[in-house]
Design a protein around this ligand. Structure first.
Ligand code: UDP
Length: 331
């Protein structure tokens, strides 16, 4: 029998990719999304319940109605910069959302949760690459809220037996490898979409936030991971919980770091166009370098990033921004 999974934030960038992969791999995904930032058409034929995770009875009703046996919880606000100026929204949506979700799950008797956490929970790391046991001391409200959610999951496990896998994403990027879905945030704040837009002439120059960091070229270094690799990791985490595996917290990254200038150069190579840039001050809340040690995810789930080299990420993302790109052949 196919097991049903409620996917909160299922109409979003990563959630919709996970929904499609779940359906392809024999699960029955049901998206639960308030469509505040998600897109109904990203889901294709996958069912959608329009609802808000802060609404525990609505979560419980959706779990009951579809007889779901697990939850993948993507729904959240996820912009570092915005979280600094609108922290109340982040505590409300992310922490309030987790309270509602867990209350709904308890009411429906669902005890398996895969959760979207983030490398922003580490703050400015004391060593690189970052390992899961390293100190978590966030430097922005987004990271604070996600860390609070991780703690909430641990407390619920002790008291109520809820098992979870917290997946600490590094920088999600790319697009559906077969060209069905790309990154559509409004407003867009992420580096790779903005660099692709700048190269296509659809926008002004790319603003580089900070050129005086203590890194080889002075710009921030991040670990970019392809959205399809991220989606695959969620399926492995779900299977782990279905096989009664223990709760886990795992980094999801490629293990490689790329600077803002590396991204600009790679976009220029893949698109054949120049990326006009202007250098600006640092963006508040940005740590200089975040790179993952991906060993634990490999050991515990057998997960390895396979599409997360910059050339593949950009080849898949480029067509969504008016460039020629190349998708994979039909799956
Ligand atoms: N960045 C930049 N210009 C932009 C957007 C982002 O220089 O227009 C930098 C940002 O300061 C960070 C990196 O690119 O160092 C990745 O930022 P993004 O917003 O894509 O992801 P985040 O790391 O905040 O999740």
């Amino acid at each position: 029998m196919r097991s049903t999974v409620l996917v909160t934030g299922g109409a979003g960038f990563i959630g919709s990719q996970a929904c499609r992969l779940l359906a392809e791999q024999g699960w029955s995904p049901v998206a639960f999304d308030n469509l505040s930032t998600g897109h109904r058409d990203a889901l294709g034929e996958i069912p959608l319940v329009r609802g808000d995770v802060r609404d525990a009875p609505a979560v419980a009703a959706a779990l009951d109605r579809y007889d779901a046996s697990a939850i993948i919880h993507f729904a959240a606000k996820a912009y570092v910069g915005e979280s600094v100026v609108q922290p109340a929204d982040y505590w409300d949506n992310n922490v309030g959302g987790m309270i509602g979700l867990l209350a709904g799950a308890r009411a429906a008797g669902v005890t398996r949760i895969v959760f979207s956490s983030t490398c922003a929970t580490y703050g400015v790391p004391g060593r690189l690459p970052i390992r899961e046991n390293d100190l978590q001391r966030p430097i922005n409200p987004y990271g604070h809220t996600k860390l609070a959610c991780e703690q909430m999951l641990r407390d619920h496990e002790v008291a109520y037996g809820t098992r979870h896998v917290a997946l600490r994403y590094f920088n999600a990027a790319g697009a559906d490898p077969w060209g069905r879905m790309g990154e559509r945030h409004e407003p867009e704040t992420h580096l790779i979409p903005l660099a692709l837009r700048a190269a296509s002439g659809q926008s002004g120059p790319l603003r580089i936030f900070g050129t005086d960091y203590d890194t080889p070229d002075g710009t921030c270094i991040r670990d970019y991971i392809h959205v399809h690799d991220l989606a695959r990791a969620h399926l492995l985490a779900l299977r782990h919980l279905e096989e009664e595996g223990e709760s886990l917290a795992l980094n999801l990254g490629s293990g490689r770091g790329s600077s803002v200038r590396d991204i600009v150069a790679a976009v220029e190579t893949v698109t054949g166009r120049a990326v006009p840039v202007i250098e600006e001050a640092r963006r508040p809340g940005d740590p200089p370098v975040l790179t993952a040690d991906p060993t634990r995810a490999a050991e515990s789930l057998g997960f390895r990033a396979e599409m997360s080299d910059l050339a593949t990420i950009l080849r898949h993302a480029a067509p969504w921004f008016g460039h020629e790109g190349r998708h994979e052949q039909a799956a």
